[in-house]
Design a protein around this ligand. Structure first.
Ligand code: FAD
Ligand code: PHB
Length: 405
């Protein structure tokens, strides 16, 4: 068996694990990243698209923002559409200058893998049988097989960045975690289409047939979603049926609608709100989707993964540089304050914009009134805008050795 010694063992090479590895590297802290999928699989997985202002600033301050600056699409506003009308929300004006940027998660992951490889620090893909042990000891371990050889990583700390279906959270003994959960009676059918975006900002639509979302990935690629039953099979939807439903829900009275093009990727995603607390057990720290999931309506998941690892990097830096443990001890509470506000926002966006199967005519009218108020009150739009561009992180960039934006 090969034994590898490091300071921080990281399970998972998604946004959380890769960002943490790079933040630690910038602070001279060693890490080993262990990922069970292949490099291509991790890069090709189509997921998030919207980055909060703070996430954009963080990527740039970390020196991994070149692709983002070249290819990211900055959006100063968004539209909320209902009863056939699009209503504009000017994010920049309402937040004193903050915006969001559309840049695919797969691009971020690609940039971060390149940055990791350039550091020469270890990153294992296609690790098999990954397990964690000794969580309550001073030297926890990650065990796995790679290319037919058994490996053990001996660490000071383990970061569980292995997403919702990973092994870190289930390795915490029964009875330690409290789980808060809500599943929604719908999912999203999402497509990528070779069609130029017909609008330069996102359009969130509430339609009598259900929610729909217009987004994009590049000046040539449109990303669209609509609400479907949670167990819906993608095989039930021909490309023609998908376009009919998209156009029915999204076309507005002024004849705005998405451009139609060849569908190059399609899939159905379930919707869930989930929080496991505390986000730490012994020397294992959970970050990102391993600890919490939000429904995608608020576009918060990747952004929360980034804010968690910022908090964790500060705590680890303070431990290694000054021997202090109070920020490690405060890790879970600090993260959860931001996580719960994003949970609340994502639940509110989801409940307001989607049609629930048991919705009464009263519920429907109340949702329309909610949207009417939202789009006609500057106070309500400001509340949406400041949450959509991202509430402030409690941790400064300087505390992880980065320059302030
Ligand atoms: P993941 O990205 O899940 O990464 C975990 C990694 O761990 C994976 O690479 C996985 O292969 C690996 N892993 C799993 N098990 C093991 C194991 N046993 N051993 C080793 N490695 C393991 N968020 C936003 O902020 N904005 C958006 O616009 C947005 N849109 C979304 C749209 C959709 C359709 C979906 C599904 C999600 C969206 N999200 C969005 C959420 C976002 O994609 C996630 O929150 C984000 O990927 C979380 O990053 P993570 O690193 O915590 O977890
Ligand atoms: C996306 O572009 O994939 C996207 C945009 C906004 C969301 C969710 C997903 O709320």
């Amino acid at each position: 068996m090969s034994v590898i010694r490091t300071q921080v063992g990281i399970v998972g090479a998604g946004p959380a694990g890769l960002l943490l590895g790079h933040l630690l590297h910038l602070n001279g802290i060693d890490s080993v990243i262990v990922e069970n999928r292949s490099r291509d699989y991790v890069i090709d997985r189509v997921r998030a698209g919207v980055l909060e202002q703070g996430t954009v600033d963080l990527l740039k301050a970390m020196g991994v923002g070149d692709g983002l600056e070249r290819k990211g699409l900055r959006h100063d506003g968004l539209y909320v559409s209902f009863q056939g009308e699009r209503h504009h929300v000017n994010l920049v004006e309402l937040t004193g200058g903050k915006a969001i940027t559309v840049y695919g998660q797969n691009e971020i992951v690609r940039d971060l893998i390149d940055a990791r490889i350039a550091t020469g620090r270890p990153l294992y893909f296609e690790a098999e049988g990954v397990s964690v042990g000794g969580l309550e000891s001073a030297e926890p371990t990650i065990a796995f097989q790679h290319d037919g050889t058994a490996h053990e990583v001996q660490c000071d700390f383990i970061a569980g960045c292995d997403g919702f279906h990973g092994i870190c959270r289930p390795s915490i003994p029964d009875g330690v975690l409290t789980v808060y959960e809500r599943t929604y009676p719908f999912g999203w059918l999402g497509i990528l289409a070779e069609a130029a975006p017909s609008c330069d900002e996102l359009v969130y639509t509430c339609h009598a047939r259900g929610f729909a979302l217009f987004s994009m990935r590049s000046p040539q690629v449109t990303r669209l979603y609509f609400q479907v039953p949670p167990e819906e099979s993608i095989d039930n939807w021909s490309d023609e049926a998908i376009w009919n439903e998209m156009l029915t829900r999204m076309t507005t009275h002024d004849r705005w609608k998405p451009n139609v093009g060849r569908i190059v990727q399609k899939g159905v995603t379930p919707m869930r709100s989930f929080v496991a607390t505390p986000m730490r057990h012994g020397r294992l720290f959970l970050a990102g989707d391993a600890a919490h999931i939000v429904p995608p309506t608020g576009a918060k998941g990747l952004n929360l993964a980034a804010s968690d690892v910022l908090v964790l990097a500060r705590a680890l830096k303070s431990f290694y540089e000054r021997g202090r443990t109070e920020w490690l001890d405060g890790y879970s509470d600090t993260c959860l304050r931001r996580v719960w506000k994003a949970q609340r926002f994502s639940w509110w966006m989801t409940s307001t914009l989607h049609r629930f199967p048991d919705e009464t005519p009263f519920d429907h009218q109340r949702r329309i009134a909610d949207l009417d108020y939202l789009t006609s009150s500057r106070a309500a739009m400001t509340s949406l805008a400041e949450q959509y561009v991202g509430l402030p992180a409690e941790v400064s960039f300087e505390s992880v050795g980065l320059s302030a934006p």
